[in-house]
Design a binder for this molecule. Structure first.
Ligand code: FAD
Length: 294
């Protein structure tokens, strides 16, 4: 007898496939190749977070190194995006920095851009510290900042003084109202404010959103301020819009996750959109119905 949990997992996996390239490095590179053929860059992320096992962390680092050294062979224009807790932050800061240094050595030889994902606000201070430490030694390094956090304007202003490369996102983690804006309106307002700061005072940044209002505003700002920036969107979301932006001459990169650890990432994607939850609910009910035998 198949349990409800197994059915739920099956339905969830069916859903998650739209956002994830597959289980292996080759799956990620092949997805990256099709992004490239469609005129986009790619940012590859190996799924997984909060690793404490040294063995898993080493495997993660090895895989990122393989990904970076394969870009040329696969004819892909790409970078990687790494979560600090997947390479050591859940053990200690020192190990995390050492592991980023290993990745950066490899990035230097393949001339690859490395992004640092921003996780929940428990890790914001450490992540910014890691970024500042490494950016002084490697410039092709960027960090995500989240518009839902009240502190972000100060972080952005600080980071812009060192010429940091920022990816602006709305924020994917459930946060305490003491530190974060909770309503879409407030988050959007802050996103627009921070985006304005980026266009006025920064260069080389990522506008990472699927929100048409944010994107239209970025387009307007790009007519006023000539800046190197790119739109960044997740694989499997707004696939209608990506080619339009490419055709208009904008740089667009797709964030492509791969790996077997798909659940936390997929749950975050599900929660971002009510319609996804409704679709998931009806798929679950459909599969859970007693099967009729004809
Ligand atoms: C390239 C990239 C990197 C990211 N890196 C980080 C990071 O490091 N740290 C972090 O906290 N967050 C990260 N995020 C996630 C981000 O914080 C948001 O959670 C996510 O992008 C949804 O916000 P939105 O800007 O698209 O706007 P929303 O207001 O959530 O959505 C606007 C519109 O976009 C579409 N849309 C949004 N999400 C979905 C979805 N799941 N399925 C279908 N349609 C959808 C819908 O049309 C929706 O109306 C990243 C996002 C991107 C695109």
């Amino acid at each position: 007898m198949v349990s409800s949990t197994q059915i739920m997992e099956k339905v969830l996996f069916g859903f998650a496939k739209q956002w994830i390239a597959g289980n292996t490095i080759d799956d990620a590179l092949s997805a990256a190749q099709s992004s490239y053929k469609n005129g986009m860059g790619v940012i590859i992320n190996r799924l997984g977070e909060y690793h404490t096992s040294k063995q898993i962390i080493e495997k993660t680092i090895d895989e990122y190194k393989i990904v970076m050294s394969s870009f040329r062979k696969w004819n892909v224009n790409g970078g990687i995006s790494v979560k600090p807790t997947q390479i050591g932050l859940s053990r200690n800061m020192k190990e995390c920095i050492q592991n980023f240094e290993i990745l950066i050595k490899s990035a230097i030889s393949s001339q690859t851009f490395v992004w640092i994902d921003m996780e929940s606000s428990d890790h914001t201070d450490e992540t910014i510290e890691i970024y500042q430490n490494l950016f002084s030694r490697y410039e092709r390094l960027g960090v995500a900042l989240q518009a839902n956090l009240m502190r972000t304007e100060d972080d952005l202003v600080d980071l812009m003084t060192i010429g940091a490369k920022i990816r602006l996102v709305k924020g994917a983690y459930r946060e305490n109202p003491k530190v974060a804006y909770k309503s879409k309106d407030k988050i959007d307002q802050n996103y627009l404010k921070l985006m304005g700061l980026l266009f006025r005072k920064a260069n080389e940044f990522g506008i990472a959103t699927h929100d048409s209002v944010m994107i239209e505003n970025a387009k307007k700002l790009s007519r006023k301020y000539e800046r190197r920036f790119e739109f960044q969107m997740l694989r499997g979301i707004r696939d209608d819009l990506k080619p339009k932006l490419v055709n208009m001459g904008f740089n667009v990169s797709e964030y492509v996750p791969y790996g077997t650890n798909w659940l936390p990432y997929s749950i975050r994607r599900l929660k971002e959109r009510k319609r996804n939850i409704l679709l998931l609910g009806s798929a679950f009910i459909e599969l859970h119905k007693p099967q009729k035998n004809f």
